[in-house]
Ligand binder design. Structure first.
Ligand code: BGC
Length: 744
């Protein structure tokens, strides 16, 4: 139902050509001096009901035939951008179409693949969180925003933020770990960075979509106070910092009710308590009703072809006619979308350049800071350049760095679509010329770590040793000066990993190589935590997550000491699955009948669960070594609106480096465990001392009181500690706080 340009549009154009003053007269909503709300109201007044309904329904953005997706109408098909989503614009009023792309780790172009259509693969969300560096993630967010804009997109489906309650969750790599303050801060900055490029970013998946198996039927059950203090707090912080234009409601149910028709989540928490002014769009296939969804807070059906039937469009029109959805609700839905388009510059900015750009430098910088040094016995790292032979084994290290699968999959720069190994399988060419990536298979982001390492030591023999025969490989690496063994754990949307063990015979391979050569270094490329039965047999372990297009260079810089590792774990590494709140994953069976997952650990997610149960993990949250050492001294704290803690940090080693000073607080209630309440990442020259001041996030000192709809800080003594991880209370003190309420 695209409308031909009308007289008003022609008049608008004429006035636009005549100059800004006349344009603003014919189309007063173009007046930038007015607020986004006022501009939206002026525009809404010009719209027919059919036009308003048009804004509330989107289509899958790729014009491909798949049995489970109902195709867009013929009139829309030629306009589809070949990406995740498309909402038609209204030409006569100058309202642009919403062209939506996934971008969890860069512009996800698997559905839009023409030769040469590649994008920068950025580090995974978990690796971003491992940097503990909000400024850096703002910068990589703005690079993602620029890449989206340059490719003609104006909505970026990023801001992925679900707490890692289940480290086996298939999208753990896309999210920002287990702590609400760290995750909310990092993702909030990424959103702010993306939107600095005049494109809208979402935050998703709202809420408690913390695991993949059965995600469309499971009910995540957790009491209100616990949800507010954990998963919802992460979103609250990200929304405050990042001001995302849209929130994507999730597939799952929360306490029995689908999230895209959940009055509590959408109306009560998001729109009322948090005064969120943007709009709620559904996950693809996440809508289950018309009247309940519309009345309970959903503003836009993202991809009607993915839902079991169309719920907005004509059904919503009928609901408006029979009065089950009130006209003022329609106004509100439209207003939220339009005011956000004004607010984020979609109505005013010049159209995107459509000159695909790349930002490998930004990707290298975040990967460098996200690599975590987990072990470094006798300072085997950094490697000296005197090594003459380096043997490299495992995980296609001669091809690229592993990436995560699903809707966030990027076709990476340097990928050769005809090369089966680069992309994990042959590219599928559809009759209309579109090219589909082999989703459901591992994809390796070039360049290869092999080449990046070889570049660092041009005179050494750097060899990739292929083969499945472990004893043969062990024999061949025995005489090398250094062995670098790459081990991988692939994760993808839509599935959880069955356990935290490295798949196949990788554990045996590492143990055999370490036995054959004591200079065996392990490089992990994993979506999240893995178990390490060989840990005491190897001298060094680096966690590189899914590091993207900048990963190989970043790794080489860390291996040879050009970069001193400063990443810290944003998630606990358990010793075994038995330490997790739910040692066994749910099994929805073949019927996929609805089932419950009870989050009885409440707000004590990750390290807080480990503290509560008095469990010792393999590696604690916040942990990571450096090539230098740090000492803390002179810890003190003052109280006011929030607690402010001051501590001196000294680089006691011989190399420059960066320490992440973490502040944990334990509220007075008997069952409380320490919570991260603030941190500071500080760069120090060798021998240098700096004083850092960390302000606490007050909601992390509080508990949520659902009866009063308010955060309450209890009167009493709060223990405070600073250290280099959740398990390292290097210095401690305490402060007394008076009782206080904080309105959400
Ligand atoms: C994912 C979303 C994604 C959407 C569009 C869904 O399956 O859960 O994260 O944005 O697809 O590709």
């Amino acid at each position: 139902m695209m409308r031909a340009p009308t007289i008003l549009f022609a008049a608008l154009l004429a006035h636009l050509c005549a100059g800004p003053a006349q344009a603003a007269e014919a189309a007063p909503w173009l007046n930038r001096d007015l607020s986004p709300d006022a501009r939206a109201e002026l525009l809404e007044a010009q719209m027919t009901q059919d036009e308003q309904l048009l804004l509330l329904k989107g289509y899958y953005g790729a014009n491909v035939k798949m049995s489970w997706i109902k195709p867009a109408p013929l009139s829309i098909r030629p306009l589809l951008p070949g990406s995740a989503g498309y909402v038609p614009g209204i030409e006569r009023l100058g309202i642009p179409a919403l062209r939506e792309t996934d971008a969890g780790v860069g512009i996800a172009n698997t559905n839009w693949m023409r030769p040469g259509d590649q994008a920068t693969a950025f580090p995974s969300g978990l690796m971003n969180a491992a940097t503990w560096n909000p400024d850096l993630i703002f910068a990589s967010g703005s690079a993602i925003g620029a890449e989206a804009r340059d490719r003609g997109f104006n909505v970026v489906l990023d801001g992925a933020l679900n707490l890692a309650r289940e480290p086996r969750g298939g999208r753990t790599f896309e999210y920002a770990g287990e702590d609400p303050l760290l995750a909310g801060t990092i993702v909030g900055e990424q959103i702010r960075g993306i939107q600095s490029q005049h494109v809208i970013s979402t935050t998703k998946h709202f809420a408690l979509n913390d695991e993949e198996i059965g995600r469309t039927v499971l009910s995540a059950n957790i009491g209100e106070a616990a949800a507010r203090e954990s998963d919802l707090l992460a979103f609250e912080i990200a929304i405050e910092r990042g001001d995302p234009g849209a929130v994507m409601c999730s597939y799952n149910r929360y306490n029995g009710v689908y999230c895209c028709e959940n009055d509590f989540l959408l109306n009560h928490v998001l729109k009322h308590d948090w005064s969120y002014p943007g709009w709620v769009l559904s996950d693809w296939g996440g809508v289950h009703s018309t009247v309940d969804a519309a009345n309970n807070g959903l503003d836009q059906e993202s991809s009607s072809g993915f839902d079991r039937q169309e719920y907005f469009g004509d059904p919503l029109k009928r609901a408006l006619q029979d009065g089950t959805v009130a006209p003022r609700r329609l106004q509100e839905m439209v207003h939220r979308i339009l005011r956000t388009m004004f607010d984020k510059g979609l109505m005013d900015e010049a159209p995107p350049a459509q000159q695909p750009s790349a930002h490998v430098d930004a990707a290298v910088r975040s990967a460098e800071e996200g690599i975590v040094l987990l072990k470094n016995e006798q300072n085997i790292l950094p490697l000296t350049r005197s090594a003459k032979t380096i043997a490299i084994v495992g995980a296609h290290a001669n091809i690229g760095m592993l990436s995560g699968g699903g809707s966030s999959q990027v076709v990476p720069l340097g990928e050769n679509p005809d090369d089966e190994v680069f992309v994990g399988g042959p590219v599928h060419v559809l009759p209309n010329g579109a090219r589909l990536m082999p989703l459901g298979r591992e994809i390796y982001d070039p360049p290869s770590p092999l080449s990046a390492i070889a570049q660092e030591v041009p005179r050494a023999k750097v060899r990739f040793m292929a083969g499945n025969d472990i004893s043969d490989l062990a024999r061949r690496v025995a005489t090398a000066d250094v062995v670098i063994v790459f081990a991988e754990q692939w994760m993808t949307e839509g599935e959880d990993v069955k356990d935290l063990s490295l798949a196949g015979r990788q554990n045996d391979l590492i143990a055999a190589l370490a036995a054959a050569n004591p200079h065996t270094i392990v490089v992990l490329e994993t979506g999240g935590p893995v178990l390490m039965p060989w840990l005491d047999k190897v001298p060094a372990v680096l966690e590189t997550w899914f590091a993207g297009s900048g990963g190989a260079a970043a790794l080489a810089h860390v291996l040879f000491g050009q970069v001193n590792p400063s990443g810290r774990l944003p998630i606990t590494f358990p010793q075994s699955e038995t330490q997790l709140p739910r040692p066994v994953l749910p099994d929805p069976g073949s019927s996929y009948a609805p089932f419950d997952v009870n989050y009885f650990e409440g707000a004590d997610v990750g390290y807080r669960w480990f503290a509560r149960q008095n469990l010792k993990p393999l590696f604690p949250f916040g942990f990571g070594f450096s090539y230098t050492s740090f000492a803390l001294s002179g810890f003190s704290a003052t109280t006011g609106d929030a607690i402010s803690a001051t501590v001196s940090v000294t680089n006691t080693g011989t190399r420059d480096g960066a320490e992440t000073v973490q502040l944990y607080a334990t509220p007075p209630a008997a069952a409380s465990v320490p919570r991260l309440v603030g941190w500071s990442k500080v760069s120090l020259r060798a021998g240098e001392t700096k004083s850092v001041t960390i302000k606490t996030e007050p909601r992390l000192l509080a508990n949520f009181d659902p009866a009063g709809d308010v955060w309450r800080i209890a009167a009493g003594t709060y223990s405070l500690s600073v250290g280099s991880s959740s398990a390292d209370a290097a210095l401690s003190t305490s402060v007394a706080l008076a009782a206080r309420e904080i309105k959400p």
